[in-house]
Ligand binder design. Structure first.
Ligand SMILES: [Zn+2]
Length: 56
């Protein structure tokens, strides 16, 4: 099951509080501002600064 639009709309980057977009074919959430990508494991976004990778 994919993340719902509603959930996506309320998720924000924990670092800068900005909205995020799905990346990695639904396996990651990328912040529009700081470019961190948070992994999604078993449909659960891992919203931890230390779990994120910065991507250009
Ligand atoms: Zn951010």
């Amino acid at each position: 099951m994919a993340l719902s639009e509603d959930l996506l709309n309320i998720l924000v980057c924990p670092v800068c509080r900005e909205p995020m977009d799905l990346v990695w074919e639904g396996k990651g959430l990328k912040c529009r501002v700081c470019k961190r990508v948070y992994p999604i494991q078993d449909d659960v976004p891992i919203m931890l600064r230390d779990a994120a990778k910065v991507e250009e």
